[in-house]
Design a protein around this ligand. Structure first.
Ligand code: MN
Length: 211
């Protein structure tokens, strides 16, 4: 889906830094995107620099084929490459919302209804996963074998994306919410529902179901 390779670069946000207020503040976005994500990009490039045989591999190829990565940099590629992959998906999963009522539409809405029943049931299960991720990590909505699934991953791990196709994720590292919500991950997750870019989720869903 994403063909970029070494040297990786920081993709700018597609919305203004204050676009997600009052749900996610502009300071959070500045630190999260410009500092945290930039650091993952820089460290990934630094790690890959001495290994020209890896320079034409996409992020997905690097992350899905750990056996092709020399053992001494495997963990660094997984951590920093996962950090780049997860954050790019995360920032692209949000947009400016004018309303607290921000619901899925289209084919993904129908699939959520089929797999979870009411949207509120999905929200409850998603929130349980995001709250239940002990320490840092992510909760995900993925598409696998004609079904939707919610799962969670620790640290910068990614789901097994060769089968579980990522549609939506929430970053529950403290840096994603501490400036706005301090320790209240609960309140951050509630706010996240207001800024989910369901058009983007629909686009990802159609990409995987129509190919
Ligand atoms: Mn993060």
């Amino acid at each position: 889906m994403n063909q970029q390779h070494y040297p990786f670069s920081l993709k700018p946000l597609t919305y203004a830094y204050d676009a997600l207020e009052p749900f996610i503040g502009q300071s959070t976005l500045h630190f999260h995107h410009d500092k945290h994500l930039q650091t993952y990009v820089d460290n990934l490039n630094k790690t890959l620099a001495p290994y020209p045989q890896l320079h034409n591999k996409t992020l997905e190829e690097l992350l899905c084929n750990p056996d092709d990565i020399p053992a001494d940099i495997r963990t660094a590629v997984q951590n920093n490459g996962g950090g780049v992959y997860n954050h790019q998906l995360y920032f692209a999963s949000m947009h400016k919302s004018n309303s607290v009522e921000n619901h899925p539409k289209g084919e993904i809405a129908a699939k959520i209804a089929e797999c979870f029943g009411f949207y509120d049931v999905f929200k409850t299960k998603w929130k349980e996963a995001a709250l239940g991720q002990f320490g840092s990590g992510y909760a995900w909505l993925v598409y696998d074998n004609a079904k939707l699934e919610i799962l969670k991953t620790p640290n910068q791990n990614i789901p097994p994306i060769h089968c579980k196709k990522p549609l939506l994720l929430i970053d529950v590292w403290e840096h994603a919410y501490y400036l706005d919500y301090q320790n209240r991950r609960n309140a951050y997750i509630d706010s996240f529902f207001s800024v989910i870019n369901w058009d983007k989720v629909e686009e990802r869903f159609q990409f995987y179901t129509h190919q």
